[in-house]
Design a protein around this ligand. Structure first.
Ligand SMILES: Cc1cc2nc3c(=O)[nH]c(=O)nc-3n(C[C@H](O)[C@H](O)[C@H](O)COP(=O)(O)OP(=O)(O)OC[C@H]3O[C@@H](n4cnc5c(N)ncnc54)[C@H](O)[C@@H]3O)c2cc1C
Length: 449
């Protein structure tokens, strides 16, 4: 392979920008990353979003591509299923998939630091406290604002990896015609609450599970950390009868949690303090097009496709962008026009699909988990899956454990499954008759047909 001459600039040293830089460097490019915040390995930087994340097969595949998956999995905690906490204090465990299928709780900070370390070792030039201000597309240069001065940096190829509120994308949008942009906030926000470790670093909840307290139109989840603590996230409406705006005093918060999450309260002594101290953040979906321009510009990660976190896929999707780019570089070498065109053709439908799947999951959780008919439908689906695991694959498994199935395919499959189940649920006696072989056969025949 001849040494490529292009110099590549990436805005954003988050999870996706850092991983992308390693892939590019491995192909011999000069790569520089410019990051708005300080170096998180040396300074305390503002926490950003979610303290820990669920890393699943698509993300792991991308990390394997640069040989860092094993190292990352050593700092991850396997979560084999959902541990459900009901309002009456009862518990239930639902495995995620087949035996041996699990997702991994990993610290965002630790993962990002590992990627930055590797990027630096590979020779990526890292620049911190450099905020992308705007791009001069004619001259192919980016203007950055530093703490005391501004700078202008030329590029041959620019990747915007600067997250959901990407300034690079904004500059692209403002200066190029026919840029489609859609941004959608859900009416729920989120707040993180730490559940500390017990005595001698003991886990106060089952360690190897993702804990969920489902409560109709809101929920709390918790993922384990290596030090024995859990990071809880309350997904909660901003406004309305039960909402952030209604919890005004520490007494309100304590009473609400005692009533709604009774088994959680004894585990978090400073719950009310945390509630008012920790920020409330919003959840946005961003869809846009085009993601690329000629042979010299592309959006990647959240900058291209920010999604709500109800499938645990935002980072995994951004990492998968890197896998796809790596495959295209293998195919096209240094010829970036077809690489970027194919990257967009492949990833835009998949970005849209995972955004829709994530929103559907949110709406479903809210609207339907208290509906007995919906619960029956899910029970039937689980029963069919149990006896025919290779034919009826739940959407969650397709997304989480099947990197060979594209997100767009998983969305189509899940819509087809839903249509089949809607027909089955029309049977007025389904509640009595569902566990019959002929019902199962009907479902499988519809799936095959
Ligand atoms: C509550 C919550 C829970 C989540 N849970 C999961 C999960 O379990 N699994 C999962 O896969 N995903 C999850 N996600 C999604 C995940 O956080 C994102 O998809 C992921 O962080 C995207 O990575 P990124 O590098 O594209 O963007 P970011 O992580 O946002 O990184 C962007 C980087 O760009 C920098 N930057 C921003 N503006 C500029 C600028 N103007 N100039 C220079 N630099 C700039 C930022 O400082 C940052 O370092 C969750 C998200 C939320 C909100």
């Amino acid at each position: 392979m001849a040494t490529p001459t292009k110099s590549i600039l990436i805005t954003g040293a988050g999870l996706v920008g850092s991983l992308l830089s390693i892939y590019l460097r491995r192909r011999g490019y000069e790569v520089s990353i410019y990051e708005r915040r300080g170096d998180m390995r040396k300074e305390t930087v503002e926490a950003g979003r979610s303290i820990n994340l669920a890393l699943s097969d698509r993300g792991i595949k991308a990390l394997q591509g640069v040989g860092i998956a094993e190292e990352v999995l050593q700092i991850a905690i396997p979560m084999h299923g959902r541990h459900l906490h009901q309002p009456d204090g009862s518990h239930a465990f639902q495995p995620y998939g087949k035996e041996g299928q699990y997702i991994n709780s990993v610290s965002r900070h630790e993962l990002n630091c590992k990627l930055l370390d590797l990027a630096e070792r590979e020779g990526v030039h890292l620049h911190f406290h450099q905020r992308c201000d705007h791009v001069n597309w004619k001259k192919k240069e980016v203007h950055f604002a530093g703490p005391n001065e501004t700078s202008t940096v030329p590029f041959d190829l620019l990747f915007g990896a600067d997250g959901a509120y990407s300034a690079t994308r904004l500059s692209h949008m403002l200066q190029h015609q026919k840029f489609d942009y859609q941004q959608y906030y859900i009416d729920c926000g989120y707040k993180e609450l730490s559940i500390p470790a017990g005595a001698a670093g003991a886990f106060q909840l089952e360690k190897n599970a993702l804990h969920i307290w489902p409560r109709g139109n809101y929920m709390l989840i918790a993922l384990p950390n290596l030090d024995g603590s859990f990071t809880g996230t309350l997904f909660f409406p901003f406004e309305g009868e039960t909402s952030f705006e209604r919890l005004k005093t520490e007494a309100d918060v304590e009473a609400f949690f005692r009533q709604t999450f009774p088994d959680l309260v004894p585990l978090v002594p400073d719950l009310a303090r945390q509630f008012f101290h920790n920020p409330t953040s919003s959840l946005v979906t961003v869809k846009c097009f085009p993601w690329v321009r000629g042979d010299h510009f592309a959006l990647i990660g959240d900058a291209a496709h920010a999604i709500v976190p109800f499938f645990g896929q935002g980072m995994n999707a951004g990492f998968e962008d890197c896998t796809v780019l790596a495959e295209l570089m293998e195919q096209w070498g240094d010829d970036w026009e077809p690489i970027l065109a194919e990257y967009q053709a492949l990833r835009k439908p998949d970005g849209d699909a995972i955004a829709d799947l994530a929103i559907n999951n949110f709406t479903e959780m809210r609207a339907r988990t208290a509906d007995p008919k919906f619960l029956l439908q899910k029970k039937i689906e689980a029963w069919v899956h149990e006896s025919h695991p290779d034919q009826w694959i739940p959407a969650y498994s397709q997304v989480t454990f099947s990197p060979h199935i594209r997100y767009s395919e998983a969305l189509r499959n899940s819509q087809r499954q839903e249509a089949i189940m809607q027909e089955v649920m029309k049977d007025p006696d389904i509640a009595e008759n569902w566990k019959r072989e002929d019902v199962k056969e009907r479902i499988l025949a519809a799936l095959r047909g």
